[in-house]
Structures are given as structure tokens and as C-alpha cells.
Design a protein around this ligand. Structure first.
Ligand SMILES: [Ca+2]
Ligand SMILES: [Ca+2]
Ligand SMILES: [Zn+2]
Length: 463
């Protein structure tokens, strides 16, 4: 459940890139111009027997061999690729799982085909939630669906997000156990993608905590929106994963997963999930309210007054607008309070019950509005990238994550690219087939309309 985009995960041996999994076929996720109509592409109706999701309908497509593949053109080409226990080697890792009769999985917990369709279905319902509720077409709003890489050769029980390729990475289910591939977990990871291209949270301190909290909140909102009887909605995170629930939103102290109340030492907590704990409790109270209910039992902090919740729809709109429009890389808890108040004011007016509820719910987790909000950075920001690793002759792509705290448009340029690659016009995606091995220092420059620029240099290693 981490955002690992700053980590180089590709395994190397003897200084050379090792491809542990053969690359077969060409990835289908291509940029489209403008948002597609819902389910515009003719898909095939498949039946998935998931473990987490039960028996559900999915949309697949026919593959060249006459079977079906887990590719959904009506949802931005979102796709599952199965790494078969191999290591992540970039977006073309692994193979497309196929099925001859479009009836997928067995529903058995540790069956890998079942894990694949659980992940695929979860990505589909996440797409639907973003589109239907927020009018957002995919992670970056550009109509491109996420890529979900399953059965990644990582320690058991890993779910992560890789910003380079807009990939969700999921471990295989341990033998005799269940996968991580539930709706709230997959939506959590996709949530890292959405916040990554909007708020662009720093991955440390209170901003890092808000990054994790945002993903938990989106995971829960998607779980409610899916309305899947096999995964009854709740305010727990990862309740059907091995060892779950990972976190309780009503009261994160319930399983020792974090503090329920903000205090100045919160940033000393040992993980971003723990630093985010008061924010998931804030959201719970904004939606459900404080105290005891069918959904949980959520105490207020420091004797703060009780909170009457607004429900998921209004709470979700406020939170999503705050993250995508107002939160920035260094937003802390004081800034999150200010951003959500601003979002609620936009949506419901300055003297609305929604605004007063946002204030009450933050106060109820110890964020009372008395601390100053740190000033936002100015100008574009390029997320730190250490290196890219690819092989000569193999097609690839990388997304550069560029954000702007003032939400201004940004133009990206790139120099020093390996022969055979280019920056796709009008995007932040660099793609192609590098033809010549070598180590290329690539300079990325982001410029906004006011002439603020940011440059970043990375090493692109072509083996
Ligand atoms: Ca559930
Ligand atoms: Ca849940
Ligand atoms: Zn996470």
C-alpha cells in the first residue's frame, strides 16, 4: 500500500539489466485525444469468479489467438498483465492473461487467475467511480486507463503504485491464502496516481501521511460505489487481505494502526500510513459523524463537540476537490483543513452546513485551524526520478510526473533522450524503442505560462 515511484525496483545483476520475464506482445494502453464515451469500444462481456468480488461481469476483448484478454478499451485501455512471479521491468513486463471462453477464475483464494480478475474488476470499478462521480477519465484525466501488474515477484502481500508507468503492482496470493486484490486496496493504489498528478504530495512528513490518507479515502469511496454484495462496504481498509483489516477509519487506534488525534509529534510516527491516521478519521467523521453508529465508533479528540456527518457523496466531493485543486506538495494538516474548507465553500457556499461540518470534523481530530498553513511552492514541480532502465530494441514508455501548485498549465521539454525515443507531443509521456545501448543523461524542463521553470536530470540506462 505504498507509493514506491521514487524507488528503483528493477533488479540488476552484474550491472546489467536482467529480464526475468519474456516480453510478449504490445501494450494496449495508448493515449487518446479527449475522454472516450463510456464503453465506446466494443468489448466482450466476461464472467469473473473472483475471491474478493464474487461472481461479477467484466469487459474484456478478443485476442488474436481467438481467446479473450483482460483489456478494457471502454475504460481507457485499462489492462492486467501477469508477471508470473517475475520482477517488475517496466510497463511491458509479464504477459497478458488470456482465457478461452471468457469465464475467468475459480473464486478460490490462492488461485492466480482469480487474483487477476479480482484486480481487474477492482480497476474497472475505480475507473467508473472517478468518471461517474468526479467526471475524471482515469488517473490523469487524459482518458488513459491504469495498468495493473499482478503476481509481481515481491515479498507476499505487497501492493504499490509506480508513477513511471501508471502501474499498480500486486503480489501473488501466498499459497493457501488470499491476494491483496480487493477493491479498496486496488483503488487505494490508483488513488496514489490521482494525487500524484494533482497535489503531488511529498512522500514524507504530514504530506506523506495525507498521501496515504487520500488513498484510503478513495479506496473506501470506490468500495461503497461498487455496491458489490461479496464485498460489503465499510470504513475499514483491506479488511479482506491477509491479516486485515489494515486500518479502521472510525478509530485508527482500534488495531494500533495509528493515532486518532493530531498532535505535534505525529510526524515522528514510523510510516506514512500512521501519519495519515487522523486524516482518515477526519473523513470518517465528515461522512458518518462522530460517536457510535452502524459503521463504527469514532470519538472526538480533546473534548471537541460531536460531529454530524454529511454522507459519502458530499464528503467525497469535498475531499476530492481539495486534493485535486488545492492541496500541494507540502500540504500539511493545517493546509488540509484550509484546502477542504475552500473546496466546501466552492461547492456549497461560505455559510453552508458543509463548511461548518468540515471545520468541526477537523477540530474533532485535533486540527483546530490555529496553526499557520505553510506557503505553497511556486512554479512547476517535477517528481524526483533517479534513473530509468530499459533494454535496446524493446519498446517502452515513462510518465514524468509534473504538477503545479497554482494549477497552471505546464509545458515539458526533454533533451538528451536515447535515439528512438521521444516526448509524446502535448503529454508528459516519453516513449519509443531505444536503439543504442548506453547511459543517457536526460534533462527535463517544465515551464509554466509565467516563465517559472524547473529542470531535473536523470540517468536513462539502456542495456
Ligand atoms: Ca468491504
Ligand atoms: Ca474496505
Ligand atoms: Zn499507499
Amino acid at each position: 500500500m505504498t507509493d514506491t515511484s521514487t524507488t528503483v525496483r528493477r533488479r540488476r545483476a552484474g550491472g546489467r539489466l536482467v529480464r526475468l520475464v519474456a516480453v510478449t506482445g504490445v501494450l494496449g494502453a495508448v493515449a487518446v485525444s479527449g475522454p472516450p464515451a463510456a464503453n465506446a469500444a466494443p468489448g466482450a462481456a466476461g464472467i469473473a469468479h473472483g475471491f474478493h468480488s464474487g461472481t461479477v461481469t467484466i469487459v474484456t476483448e478478443r485476442d488474436r489467438a481467438g481467446g479473450y484478454a483482460l483489456v478494457d478499451r471502454g475504460r481507457g485501455g485499462l489492462e492486467v498483465r501477469d508477471l508470473g512471479g517475475g520482477f517488475f521491468q517496466g510497463p511491458y513486463s509479464g504477459v497478458r492473461p488470456t482465457d478461452a471462453d471468457n469465464r475467468w477464475g475459480t473464486g478460490v483464494a490462492d488461485d492466480r487467475a482469480t487474483a487477476n480478475v479480482d484486480a481487474y474488476y477492482a480497476a474497472e470499478v475505480t475507473w467508473d467511480y472517478l468518471r461517474a462521480v468526479h467526471g475524471r477519465f482515469g488517473i490523469a484525466g487524459d482518458g488513459v486507463g491504469p495498468l495493473v501488474l499482478t503476481n509481481v515477484g515481491e515479498p507476499d502481500g505487497v501492493a504499490s503504485y509506480e508513477a513511471d508507468c501508471r502501474c499498480v503492482l500486486l503480489s501473488p496470493p501466498p499459497a493457501g491464502s488470499r491476494s491483496m486484490n480487493a477493491i479498496d486496496v486496488v483503488a487505494h493504489e490508483i488513488g496514489h496516481g490521482v494525487s500524484g498528478v494533482t497535489a503531488g504530495f511529498d512522500n514524507f512528513g504530514e504530506s506523506g501521511g495525507l498521501n496515504e490518507a487520500n488513498s484510503d479515502i478513495l479506496g473506501t469511496l470506490v468500495e461503497f460505489a461498487a455496491g458489490n454484495p461479496a464485498d460489503a462496504p465499510d470504513y475499514m481498509i483491506g479488511e479482506s487481505t491477509p491479516g486485515g483489516p489494515l486500518r479502521y477509519m472510525d478509530d485508527p487506534t482500534r488495531n494500533g494502526a495509528g493515532k486518532g488525534c493530531w498532535d505535534p509529534s505525529l510526524v515522528d510516527e514510523p510510516s506514512n500510513h500512521r501519519i495519515g491516521a487522523p486524516a482518515i478519521k477526519f473523513f470518517y467523521q465528515l461522512s458518518v459523524g462522530s460517536g457510535r453508529s452502524a459503521w463504527g465508533d469514532s470519538p472526538t479528540c480533546g473534548g471537541a463537540p460531536a460531529v454530524t456527518g454529511l454522507g459519502n457523496e458530499r464528503a467525497g466531493r469535498i475531499w476530492f476537490r481539495a486534493v485535486t485543486e488545492y492541496m500541494v506538495s507540502n500540504t500539511d494538516y493545517a493546509g488540509a483543513r484550509a484546502a477542504t474548507l475552500r473546496a466546501a465553500t466552492d461547492l456549497y457556499g461560505p455559510s453552508s452546513v458543509e463548511v461548518s461540518t468540515v471545520a468541526a470534523a477537523w477540530t474533532a481530530v485535533g486540527v483546530d485551524g490555529t496553526r499557520p498553513v505553510p506557503p505553497a511552492p511556486t512554479g512547476p514541480k517535477i517528481r524526483f526520478i533517479g534513473a530509468w532502465h530499459d533494454a535496446a530494441g524493446a519498446s517502452t514508455y515513462h510518465y514524468v510526473q509534473v504538477t503545479h501548485p497554482q494549477r497552471r498549465p505546464v509545458t515539458l521539454t526533454a533533451t538528451g533522450l536515447p535515439p528512438g525515443t521521444r516526448l509524446d507531443p502535448g503529454t508528459t509521456r516519453i516513449s519509443g524503442t531505444p536503439t543504442v545501448a548506453g547511459e543517457y543523461p536526460v534533462t527535463l524542463t517544465a515551464t509554466d505560462p509565467d516563465g517559472n521553470t524547473r529542470t531535473h536530470t536523470l540517468s536513462w540506462i539502456v542495456a
